[in-house]
Design a protein around this ligand. Sequence first.
Ligand code: ARG
Length: 587
Amino acid sequence: MNETIAQLKQRFAQAFVAAFGETWSDTDPILVAASNPKFGDFQSNVAMSLTKKLSKPPRTIAELIVQNLDLSDICEPPSIAGPGFINLRLQTSYLETQLKAIQSDPRLGVEPVSQPQRVIVDYPSPNIAKEMHVGHLRPSVIGDCIARILEFMGHEVLRLSHIGDWGTPFGMLIAYLQEAYPEALQSTEGLDLGDLATFYRAAKKRFDQDETFQEAARQAVVKLQAGDEETLQAWKIVCDLSNRTNRKIFDLMGLSDQIQERGESFYNPFLPNVLEELEQLGLLVEDAGAKCVFLDGFTNKEGNPLPLIVQKSGGGYNYATTDLAAIRYRVQVDDAQRVIYPVGVEQTNHFIQIFQVGKKAGWITDDRTFVHLPLGLILGEDGKKLKSRSGDAPRMVDLLTEAINRARTDLETRLQQEGRQESPEFIEHVSQVVGISAIKYADLSQSLTSNYIFNLDRMLALQGNTAPYMLYAYVRVQGISRKGGIEFEQLGNDAAIVLQEEEELVLAKHLLQLDQVLAAVEADLFPNRLCEYLFELSQKFNRFYDRCPILPAEEPQRTSRLILADLTARTIKLGLSLLGIPVLERM
Ligand code: ARG
């Protein structure tokens, strides 16, 4: 509908000129979706906004506009309601033509943006001296979705995982590797460290038991930062192990395979230079031995300005320094116009601070947008931060595995009830897709900033705004094609679409709104808008399916309804794929 709206605006501009003169051509027609479908599809509120300027009653203004408004190829004759609302209803034949146009378009009418940008999405960015945990669920799921949508809209997207791969937490792991696998430093051939979890647990056990080991771990950090060859080698082995483990999780979650690791260590060589630049700009202040940048808007209890530390008194750099180097690199080398950080809300201050320094330093110029998307927390049933039985942050693998297992139980029960026999491969595949999709969809359908309770029963429900509901809507359409022996691709581009019943019209209008929804998500980065759109689409489809017989209908209704069903399925498939969710043909 983006194009329709653009056309309507243009016609309004012509009417303004004809009714009030050349100078009125830029007036905003204040077009909005009709408040009630009874009144039509769109409504213009412009008449009320012009009463003062034209010193005429709004109804008179509305009449003058309508007299000069030529929409005969798009809408029914406009009507005026209340104080001066102009109501517009799209012609059925217009809708039919629009639908025909998207039928043969693999993008379903969604035009790529006219000015593609270079965009960086910083995700999922785990800290790799530890296993991935619940804290990285939202960044993974939301980052992946945003990257997919922006790419689909025509932008060039770089997916950068800003992994925490440097510093103190590695000391313990390096020391353990050196102690337990000394041969690894000679050659990693045939080396099997098991999975990170086992390795990490063993290292932690040593650390907790032995003071000399603790000292070795501390020494390892010092040596690592001093660039000692052997320590660096051990560090690299540990990083590889961790990245390999995480890749498996990415695969299981179906995250894009285009994610690049560009972690904190990557920026090490640039840190002294970042400080130098800040120094030259006169931004650096020494405070109790540490080097700081003072920030606007951050004060302590006494009202004194608070600094952002960029070099600790011992000379070490920190998370903020690295992120500043990353900002500079993303501007100067990557030349990114938009950089998006989907990261937990608890890091809000960090991002406000580094963006502010980035601007003061002249790296983030007005033509570039750096945004932090402050993601709400995932809570347990008790309304507190979700915890595992041991009281730690639940491991990502455990959450995913539990969802898959629950999906499998649900599926097996359903198969039994329906007396269906399916192969073990089918059961495995469906459980995995349903389990993972349920978690992802539940996350994406929440607003980014709100906290939500992790409840697998609700996420896996077949009813409501859930992944299984959406997947099932798709399966339902595929069922029609199987039952009728119909190949949707063969419906033919010359077959007519005829919209007669109310349910058909409602569904048709919804199908035509995909481009508006994606344009909105492209701008404000709220994936829950797309979930909402898809959920309403399946509801509208279900109403259509209940009221309008498809296979038993006479021609031309039959083919027309099959096309509507196919367009619904393709819209769901495309929409879900942008959420990072695959469809199932059967479930
Ligand atoms: N590694 C960080 C964490 O796990 C997240 C990094 C987010 N990205 C960034 N550029 N700071 O909390």
